[in-house]
Design a protein around this ligand. Structure first.
Ligand SMILES: [Zn+2]
Ligand SMILES: [Zn+2]
Length: 202
């Protein structure tokens, strides 16, 4: 389902059949209640045909497949920003990079005022249309569970280990339900400016 060569997911379009979708074209992600081993996410994505479609992506496909990992037998400790000793089970390259303090994805947590490592399963909503081509991303922080909105490049999302040096951050606390609907998310985006923050984890 995830194609490492094109760094894209194979998803289904009612008009064109199978289509190739990069993470930056996901629009919202919701964990389906009651699913586990693996958890399954219901997503919506912006398709090349011009419409948005729903799809289903398993947790391991979302977080591990882009790193060349088969499953979630590895445990990356997002609270301490360290790979725990089971890291030898990681793909060797991914393990080396994480060991050196690089993370496949990161974001700036506004309530905590610090950058944090993250995985795509913590993404909640994405929106393009910023004048500079960047994508607004709502993230549920894995550490404090609060919501932040960052403005990032597509590469920051689509290419694991490509982290923007600086991201835009919505500089106020978002209501817990701000990401409940795309409409509310857009209202938040356009009612507030973005402040620049450096995204260095080490
Ligand atoms: Zn389509
Ligand atoms: Zn946080």
């Amino acid at each position: 389902m995830y194609d490492a060569l094109t760094t894209a997911y194979r998803l289904s379009c009612p008009r064109h059949g199978e289509t190739s979708v990069r993470l930056s074209r996901f629009r919202r992600l919701d964990e389906l209640p009651g699913t586990s081993h693996p958890a399954v996410f219901r997503i919506e994505f912006s398709c090349g045909c011009g419409e948005e479609h729903p799809g289903l992506v398993a947790h391991d496909e979302l977080d591990w497949a882009p790193l060349g990992l088969e499953d979630e037998t590895v445990f990356l400790n997002l609270m301490t920003s360290r790979a725990d000793p089971v890291a030898h089970e990681l793909g060797e390259l991914a393990a080396r990079r994480i060991g050196a303090g690089e993370w496949p994805w990161s974001f700036y947590c506004w309530p905590e005022d610090r950058p944090r490592p993250v995985f795509p399963s913590a993404f909640r909503m994405l929106s393009d249309g910023a004048p500079d081509g960047r994508v607004a991303l709502a993230v549920r922080c894995p550490a404090c569970e609060r919501l932040s909105v960052n403005l990032v490049t597509r590469e920051h999302l689509d290419v694991p280990f490509h982290n923007d040096r600086e991201v835009g951050v919505v500089a106020h606390l978002l209501a817990g339900d701000a990401a409940a609907t795309l409409h509310a998310f857009h209202a938040e985006l356009y009612s507030s400016g973005f402040e620049a923050r450096r995204l260095r984890l080490h």
